[in-house]
Write a protein that binds this ligand. Structure first.
Ligand SMILES: [Zn+2]
Length: 141
């Protein structure tokens, strides 16, 4: 190896010149060439825009149809269950169906409570009528 600085020859492989101490110009491997631009963009996938049909807003007509269906007995329960739990239903329709089902459950719960209250009231009325009957019967005897 020949020193660039002073011209003295040094054994191959040394880092610095033995004469002047200048760092020897070590032959380095060529730096890896930057990857071709094509490769950098090969994995690029376009960002999904709001073309997902499951997330698109429902049209007014769709809402009208949903409400019409919800007024038909039995059919409405089936359709609400299908819409609420199927995975390929539009998100708006699914959430609406779930909300309707929750209101139904609340309504059924309140109806049962009301029925129990009326039944209890009727029973107590019946009992007091019975007592009244016994009383009048005893009185007349
Ligand atoms: Zn030198």
């Amino acid at each position: 190896m020949i020193c660039k600085n002073c011209g003295a020859s040094s054994p191959d492989g040394v880092m610095f010149c033995g004469n002047c101490g200048t760092r020897m110009d070590v032959q380095e491997q060529p730096a890896p060439s930057p990857q071709p631009a094509q490769q950098q963009y090969s994995n690029f996938t376009p960002v999904k825009t709001s073309s997902d049909p499951l997330r698109e807003p429902l049209s007014t007509g769709s809402y009208m149809l949903m409400m019409l269906v919800s007024f038909i007995p039995i059919v409405n329960l089936i359709m609400l269950l299908v819409w609420a739990f199927s995975s390929d239903t539009n998100l708006n329709r699914k959430n609406w169906s779930r909300a309707m089902l929750i209101w139904w459950l609340i309504g059924i719960g309140l109806s049962i409570l009301l029925f129990i209250a009326i039944a209890a009231l009727g029973a107590s009325l019946f009992n007091s009528l019975g007592e009244l009957g016994e009383f009048s019967y005893d009185f007349s005897y």
